[in-house]
Design a binder for this molecule. Sequence first.
Ligand SMILES: Cc1ncc(COP(=O)(O)O)c(C=O)c1O
Ligand SMILES: N[C@@H](CCCC[NH3+])C(=O)O
Length: 415
Amino acid sequence: MSQFEYRDGLLYAEDVALTEVAKKFGTPTYVYSRAHLEQQYNSYADALDGMPHLVCFAVKANSNLAVLNVLARLGAGFDIVSGGELERVLAAGGQANKIVFSGVGKTRAEMHRALQVGIHCFNLESLDELERLQEVAAELGVQAPVSVRVNPDVDAGTHPYISTGLKDNKFGIAIHEAEAVYQRAAQLPNITILGVDCHIGSQLTSLEPFLDALERVLILVDRLAELGINIEHLDLGGGLGVRYRDEEPPCAGDYIAQVRQRLAGRKLTLIFEPGRYIAANAGVLLTQVEYLKHSADKDFAIVDAAMNDLIRPALYEAWMDIKPVVPREGTPRHYDVVGPVCETGDFLGKDRPLCLQEGDLLAVCSAGAYGFVMASNYNSRGRAAEVMVDGEQMQVVRQRETIAELYANESLLPE
Ligand SMILES: Cc1ncc(COP(=O)(O)O)c(C=O)c1O
Ligand SMILES: N[C@@H](CCCC[NH3+])C(=O)O
């Protein structure tokens, strides 16, 4: 169910009209729905009811402290990929022992801190990382819990930039090489083997690739058992897609039902790392039309949000719906909706039938995941504000970045 619907000719986020958000906080502004975040998290947690599990929100999708806090209050765990994300989770009230740490480039300092706070598990992506983790854990005199991220070489059928489970991707360890890594891990005194992990890509719209990967991972689990290495948990990563346009991805309930069926009779804790599924449709980017520019061949709507605020259209040619906050009567024109950044690739949408006037508000939909987190200051543009709506309440959860903040850490050379 969407929390962004029209009522009496006005687009709302839950019970707050987006015109009110713009009036109070200006534009461009990311607007999130607490109810949507909760509903999506619960659809995972409910489907896992009755079996040991952890739903670890992929912090990379949206790392705003208020978003993390809403999920932490529901009992969520978190999937992190950096020391920065670790500190965010702790600052937002997340529990260290529900954190899994993914990523191909973990530094010694990051390992040190993660061990110190007692995270649930390191998802190892290489043999060298295993050796390094052993050293850091030995220095601290603690055990490091690990799971090996295996690369099952299945085609996730998604955009090449967001596919991660093929053998020529940088992620994970080829599944046929994993056995040797587990055997090595079993010899290391400060390493405790907990699980097997795999994540094959993002925005998957069918279950087959997930189930193919699961089948391959289970063969590995059985093989490891024969070697005397017992696996406690299976971490199946994130990747479940959402509707941006007309996709019909399966829901978490259907996905998990299929997984549970295949795991019948096994004693395994299940971990998932959903990002997009929880956050994408929990957010819109609210922006205002600055200029309408018409030429013989093209109509442009130049808005105050740009590729620095939301890079998905420019980077992946991602299609994101663009809705007028107060729709007008009249014959629409086909607009390219573009930002003020000096790049031809600076667009939020192309060829969109819209009826617009200067000053109109637009909502770029499905922007709650991989939106603000991928924002930059390109063209010396401060990053947008972020607002959380909860029923009739709205609260700024990140202030708009000021110009002074943009160069606060810079300095001039001496005379
Ligand atoms: C290891 C890992 N886990 C989880 C995710 C979250 O993916 P998604 O947002 O598609 O659920 C990603 C990103 O693709 C990832 O690399
Ligand atoms: N940033 C991507 C998803 C990357 C997934 C990260 N492993 C997107 O916006 O669709």
